[in-house]
Design a protein around this ligand. Structure first.
Ligand code: HEC
Ligand code: HEC
Ligand code: HEC
Length: 102
């Protein structure tokens, strides 16, 4: 009986781990003219080793509470441009296709 219970708990746990996503998951910014941008929490947290507080709540909140930014605002350090400035990460002044995908 105990073994069965443990098995059920283990199955439930692994199912919830499989369904779990990192932070807010994958976020799409729609940009019709040059192509949408997909922001990956996975690549920024597991990949680049950032902490939640590196972006929340100063730079980003949620999709619903998005503070939209233009590229020229990003070049002045807002939004993605807080890091994508050629020092901490590739620069928003170039590398357009790293972010914008047709
Ligand atoms: C490199 C920056 C960055 C880091 C680090 C980061 N986030 Fe996010 N997060 C974002 C962006 C960008 C959005 C989308 C905001 C928007 O649409 O304006 C977002 C949105 C979210 C949302 C809302 C998703 C939605 O559907 O609206 C949650 C929840 C979230 N993040 C949780 C986390 C947690 C938890 C961590 C740490 C494990 C984390 N984030 C780390 C950039 C980041
Ligand atoms: C680090 C990722 C990143 C890079 C690199 C980047 N962009 Fe963007 N861009 C975005 C995001 C995210 C948005 C949407 C922002 C929002 O809605 O708040 C955007 C929005 C835009 C827009 C619509 C807003 C505006 O400024 O008119 C245009 C046009 C654009 N990008 C062009 C470019 C061009 C051209 C380049 C290369 C010189 C570039 N982007 C490089 C992430 C990037
Ligand atoms: C807190 C700093 C920080 C912010 C804010 C940030 N990034 Fe990044 N990003 C990084 C670092 C560090 C890397 C890894 C180093 C590199 O690729 O230059 C990275 C890598 C990436 C990559 C390459 C890996 C991948 O996911 O394909 C993309 C694309 C990207 N960022 C898009 C964005 C977009 C879009 C935004 C804004 C919505 C954003 N980043 C905001 C720090 C940041």
């Amino acid at each position: 009986m105990k073994i069965l219970l443990l098995l059920i708990i283990a199955t439930l746990l692994s199912a919830s781990f499989a369904a779990a996503k990192t932070g807010g998951g994958d976020i799409t910014f729609e940009v019709r003219s040059i192509g949408n941008v997909m922001f990956s929490h996975d690549n920024h947290i597991a990949g680049a080793g950032l902490k939640c507080t590196d972006c929340h709540d100063a730079l980003f909140i949620t999709k619903e509470k998005r503070k939209t930014a233009t590229m020229s605002q990003m070049q002045k350090g807002q939004s993605c441009g807080a890091c994508h400035n050629g020092t901490r990460a590739f620069d928003v002044k170039g590398s357009c296709a790293n972010c914008h995908k047709k």
